[in-house]
Every structure is written in structure tokens, then in C-alpha cells.
Design a binder for this molecule. Structure first.
Ligand code: GLC
Length: 657
């Protein structure tokens, strides 16, 4: 694969480990599992074993020294069990009942999976929770602070009260990289102020089939567009990695490396999924052009701190044995291409139990993924088993000590750059800015700029405040539906009582005096000048939303079709808005619509939609994906010259101010 040559190469010195030290490490690991007290001298012990005074003199605790020097000093002090502990990430719920496990295992990281929140889902409760876990990490022999990661993928969207931005598909429609950066910076500010120092974002997936349940997590179908939006990394981290210690920045995690959005329909073997976690069938040249492309600026221009390999697999059609190989064990792509050729110096974090999908038993899975180049393991409920298994693999010589040292060095570098050794507990100075009017104003601007005007005949839009407006449809007044998945819960949920915000109806009501709202369009339409029907999807996340799974299709629901038929059949002027994570099939009803707007998943600031409906802002959005005429036209391929969508990539009408 002719990816540009690595800008500079590193010789990595491996550290010899004596057999004796490894054996005692294995005993220590086994003791950990038994929950027994550790043998004297084994690590990790409690802080008492290493005098505080001795630690204070240790170079790794001296912020004046270069990061590389601190990493080298700390690594040289660590036992194998301590090193492997740093490579393990557990879910918060797995340690909540026994937080001492963090100290015993010397855990390197915790995460909140989608919707995994403290009982009181408030900023203070988040920060208190993360700090309590952090105290357990600081109680280890060497006091290595832990990393806490969350999916702050469209705002710190697990947190009630956070500013919830449009999902990436809408941000891609804005064609505004600076706005993407600004939104990411606000997200980083609201996230870091509540404890987590790491977000599993941005998704740099290039969606090639809108039947994919994760279409809305993509900035679009073109690698060039996705690459332009990599400014999200700078928004999260700041300039390269020099500002990571600031209280308004977090470590980013570009995901899911790579080809996650390019799998073949029907190739997934994950329960009920059809596309997600499936197989990308391609050659190296096309893979580099489409799937790899956004990772080059993420690494070289923005020094993204971590990257998450995809659940999906790649099957080469040019060279190789023709087998589909999971990215979690893909040494060629993870190490030879990403780390050596592209020059990625951050750390790779596996996806949620992704290594469990690899062939063989657990030891086979751990060995294959570590040796392929993964550095940290999202093993939400298996961290102790992971530690014991990997120590045994090193002890048996099936994983080199040098690979462990490389992985741990990458992880420690991130922790030093985040300033965690100097400020391990949450810096709460920005906690009052969460969900602020200023933050929401930026989200509202993003909503307005993400709206794509697909059709506008007879001057239907902009609306006038003097008009008598009839509003219908399942998504006119539903915050949960307009925010989509990854919002307070993993899958998201319909309804208006989960988090604060404004709906599309709220926005219309603030602009016009005479508004009738009838969700199912059962109220009389007589006497109204214009109908606005807001249709769309209910929330889903990941493969749960794959077409063909759980009854998902690209078609409008029966209720939405009925609402369009009633309102557009009764009123002279009819405007349809689609609130969904991907284009829906509207071909057979396009003729009865005077105007059609794609609103995507706008998030908490629904009134931004009214800003363009009433002409306070012009429509400027452009399609980030092609809009299919029918479901079987949902896949796009560069070689597909006779691709004939209902609306092409880049389509979007404007309205004069
Ligand atoms: C999920 C997703 C990934 C997410 C991770 C942690 O399965 O694939 O995008 O970051 O788990 O929630």
C-alpha cells in the first residue's frame, strides 16, 4: 500500500525482562484475580510501599522534564503487571461496587458506555464520580492517574443539560469545518468540566451505504468532505497535542479505523445487523483513497491522541489469501500502515469487547490483537481476566515485552500530555458553562446551517409570520427524535422529558401567531395558509438501526405517509421536513410537496430549523450523501457511473435573505 512514507522513524529499544521477574509477575496477576493481598514487593501495592518523599524526587513526577523523559523513567519503574494494568479499560459499572479493583489492578482507564451515567445525571455528580475513581488510581504504588472516556459524539450527550449538537451527518451538510471545530471545542469544554478527559470522537467513517445504522455518525460519503471535517480533532484537543492539559480540551479518538462505513450489505455476522461490523471488500488502492484518507490529516496535521479500530473486517481483492480479517487483529493496517507509514504515535483502543469477535479462545484473541498493534483494551467487564491473560502471554514469550513497553509508552504519553499527573482531579472552572446560552447559540447556528433545501416550488419557503400554519408529523415536537441515538442513553429515546431543548414546533410557534399543531393531522386543516409536516425516524444507534434489522427500512412510517397525504392533499402549500439520520425514500410523494427540507438530527436546538424556515438565515446546506430513489440504490460507489439518485451529493437550494 503506497501510503506516503512515514515522516520520521523511531527505533524502539525493547527492555529485557528477566524470567524471574516475569514469574513473580504472573503470581501477582493470579493473586489479583483471587482478590488476595498481593505478595510483598509485587506490584501494584498501595502508596505506602513507596514513600511519598521518594516519589516526589522521581523524574516522572517532574513536569519540567520532557514527556519522553518522564515516560522512560516511569516505564522503568513499572512491573509487568502494572504495565498490563495500564492497557486495561473497564466500564464504570463494573467497578462501581468494588472501586478498590482500580487500585488492585492498576487499571489504566475507565469508560462510560452510552447511557452509563452516575445515578444523579448532573455535572457535579459526574465530576464527583470520576474523581472518586481517580482517587483509587492515585492510591496505587506509582500513583498513575486513570483516563476516563465517554462518547461525547454530538456534545457531551450522555449528560442531561449538555448542549446537544446536530449529529455529524448534519455537520457535514454545513460544509463548515470551522463550525465543526467550534462545536467540538464546546463539547470538550462541557466534557472536561465534568471529569472525563477523553472522548471517543470524531467518527471519521466514510458512509457508502445509507442503509447503515451509523450513517448519521458520518460527515458524508466523500473522503474529501470527511477529511475537511477532521478539524473536530483540533476542536477537541486544541492545537495538535500542546493544549491537552487545559480544562477545555479532551483527548480525541478518531474512529473506527477503517472502512467501517464501507461494508457489504448482508455481510455482518453480528446479531441481526446487516451492515454494521460487516466486511469491507476492496483493494488496497481504493481502501487508501476512500477509507484511510481522513486518518492522514487526523494523525499528521492534528496529532489525534487515540484511534479506535473498527469491529468490521477487510477482505483484500488485490493481494492476499482472500480471507476477511477483523481490524482488531489487522497487523498490516494497524501497525505497518497506521503506526509506521502514516506515523501515528498515539494509542489504539479496541472497541467494546471487539476482541471477543476474533477467532480462537480468549488467549488467542488477546495475543492476536496486542501483537497486531492495539494498545488499550475496552474490556468493560473482563479487565481482571484480560490482565491475567496478557501477563501469561508475555510470560510464555508469545507477546514480546517490547510490544508491552510500546503500548504503555503510548498510553503514558497521553496521560502526561493531558496534565493528569499534575491535575488528576476534575478542574471544574467551566462547569457553569454547560448548556449555556452562548453554547446553545452555536448549536442553533449549526442547526440552521445543516438544513438542506431539496425542493422549493411556488415560493413555499420562506414562511411568513402572518401565515396561518398547520403543523403535523411525528417529529414536529419530539426532542428525543430530533436528537437521535447517543443522547442520554445509548439508543436514544423519543419524548420531551429527557433533556432540555427546543423542538421544531417551538421554533415555528415563536415565529408565527397562528399555529395549529396536530401530530397525526387529525385536526381540521381548513382556514390555514400552509401546512408543515415534520416526518422522520425514531432514535437508534449502531447496527440496531441497520436496514433489515428490527424492521428498519428507508421508508417513511405509515403515520408520516398518512400525515403528508392529509395535509398536502388539503392545503395549497405544503412543506415537508425530514428529521432522520439518513435520507428516506420520498420518491412517490415528492410531487405533492411544494417544499422539502432535510433537517437531519438537529439535537437540542430545534428552533434553529425555524431560523431558515422563516428566512432569518438563508438555506445554505448541501447534501453530504446522495439521496436514493429507492432502497436498493442506497449504496454509492465511485465506479458506479450510472448512479442516478433522486438528489445528488452536493445538492441544496438557497433562499435569498
Ligand atoms: C460502541 C461503539 C463505539 C463506542 C464504544 C464505547 O460499541 O462502536 O463507537 O465508542 O462502543 O461506547
Amino acid at each position: 500500500m503506497d501510503v506516503l512514507p512515514h515522516p520520521h522513524t523511531h527505533g524502539r529499544r525493547s527492555r529485557g525482562g528477566t524470567r524471574l521477574r516475569l514469574t513473580s509477575a504472573l503470581l501477582a496477576a493470579a493473586a489479583l484475580l483471587a482478590g488476595a493481598a498481593l505478595p510483598a514487593g509485587a506490584a501494584p501495592a498501595d502508596a505506602g510501599a513507596a514513600s511519598a518523599e521518594a516519589r516526589q524526587k522521581a523524574p516522572y513526577l517532574d513536569p519540567r522534564l520532557p514527556v519522553q523523559r518522564r515516560v522512560k523513567d516511569l516505564l522503568g519503574r513499572m512491573t509487568l503487571v502494572e504495565k498490563v494494568g495500564q492497557m486495561a479499560q473497564a466500564e464504570r459499572s463494573a467497578v462501581s461496587t468494588d472501586p478498590e479493583q482500580i487500585t488492585r489492578l492498576g487499571l489504566g482507564s475507565l469508560l462510560s458506555g452510552g447511557g452509563s451515567t452516575p445515578d444523579a445525571n448532573t455535572p457535579e455528580a459526574w465530576a464527583d464520580m470520576v474523581d472518586a475513581f481517580q482517587e483509587k488510581a492515585l492510591a496505587t504504588r506509582l500513583g498513575i492517574p486513570l483516563l476516563y472516556g465517554v462518547d461525547a459524539v454530538h456534545g457531551h450527550s450522555n449528560l442531561v443539560g449538555a448542549t446537544v449538537f446536530p449529529h455529524n451527518i448534519g455537520m457535514g451538510a454545513t460544509r463548515d469545518p470551522r463550525l465543526v471545530e467550534k462545536a467540538a471545542h464546546i463539547t470538550a469544554t462541557e466534557t472536561r468540566a465534568t471529569g472525563p478527559q477523553w472522548s471517543f470522537a470524531p467518527c471519521l467513517c466514510v458512509v457508502r451505504d445509507v442503509r447503515w445504522g451509523r450513517t448519521y455518525e458520518s460527515y458524508g460519503e466523500r473522503p474529501g468532505l470527511v477529511s475537511r471535517m477532521v478539524t473536530a480533532v483540533r476542536g477537541l484537543q486544541g492545537e495538535r497535542d500542546r493544549q491537552l492539559a487545559r480544562p477545555d480540551r479532551v483527548l480525541a479518538s478518531a474512529k473506527h479505523f477503517a472502512g467501517d462505513g464501507d461494508t457489504v450489505f448482508g455481510s455482518s455476522t453480528t446479531g441481526g445487523y446487516t451492515l454494521d461490523q460487516g466486511v469491507t471488500v476492496t483493494d488496497r488502492k481504493r481502501f487508501e483513497k476512500i477509507n484511510l484518507a481522513p486518518y492522514v490529516p487526523a494523525v499528521r496535521e492534528h496529532r489525534v491522541g487515540s484511534i479506535m479500530p473498527s469491529y468490521s473486517s477487510v477482505r483484500w481483492t488485490d493481494r492476499g489469501d482472500g480471507r476477511a480479517v477483523k481490524l482488531s487483529a489487522h497487523k498490516e493496517l494497524l501497525t505497518d500502515v497506521l503506526k509506521k507509514k502514516i506515523g501515528f504515535e498515539g494509542f489504539l483502543v479496541s472497541d467494546w469487547e471487539a476482541i471477543h469477535q476474533l477467532p480462537g479462545d480468549y488467549a488467542d484473541q488477546v495475543r492476536a490483537s496486542v501483537n497486531a498493534g492495539i494498545d488499550m483494551f475496552m474490556e468493560p467487564f473482563s479487565a481482571p481476566r484480560f490482565v491475567e491473560t496478557l501477563v501469561a502471554e508475555v510470560e510464555a514469550g508469545r507477546v514480546k515485552q517490547s510490544r508491552i513497553d510500546d503500548a504503555v509508552s503510548r498510553i503514558l504519553r497521553a496521560k502526561f500530555r493531558l496534565g493528569l499527573f499534575e491535575q488528576p482531579l476534575t478542574d471544574r472552572r467551566h462547569i457553569d458553562r454547560i448548556g449555556s446560552a452562548a453554547h446553545r447559540a452555536v448549536a442553533r447556528e449549526a442547526v440552521a446551517k445543516s438544513q438542506v433545501l431539496l425542493k422549493n416550488s411556488g415560493g413555499a419557503l420562506p414562511l411568513k409570520s402572518s401565515q396561518r400554519i398547520y403543523v403535523a408529523g411525528t417529529n414536529a415536537h419530539d426532542l428525543g427524535n430530533q436528537a437521535g441515538g447517543w443522547t442520554v442513553t445509548w439508543q436514544g429515546q423519543s419524548g420531551n422529558d429527557h433533556f432540555p431543548g427546543t423542538t421544531i414546533l417551538d421554533g415555528i410557534r415563536r415565529n408565527a401567531a397562528h399555529v395549529t399543531y396536530s401530530k397525526d393531522a387529525s385536526a381540521p386543516t381548513r382556514g390555514h395558509d400552509v401546512g408543515v409536516v415534520v416526518v422522520g425516524e425514531t432514535p437508534y444507534a449502531e447496527g440496531v438501526g441497520d436496514v433489515g434489522n428490527n424492521g428498519h427500512t428507508l421508508n417513511l412510517s405509515a403515520a408520516d405517509r398518512a400525515a403528508i397525504d392529509r395535509v398536502c392533499g388539503a392545503l395549497d402549500t405544503c412543506v415537508v421536513l425530514d428529521v432522520a439520520g439518513r435520507p428516506q425514500i420520498v420518491t412517490d410523494r415528492l410531487a405533492v410537496m411544494d417544499a422539502l427540507v432535510m433537517s437531519w438530527l438537529p439535537g437540542s436546538e430545534g428552533e434553529g430549523v425555524a431560523d431558515v424556515l422563516f428566512g432569518h438565515r438563508p438555506f445554505t446546506g448541501k447534501l453530504p450523501v446522495s439521496w436514493p430513489r429507492s432502497e436498493d440504490q442506497a449504496r454509492v460507489d465511485a465506479s458506479d457511473r450510472d448512479h442516478d439518485p433522486l438528489f445528488p451529493y452536493g445538492h441544496g437550494l438557497t433562499t435569498r435573505r
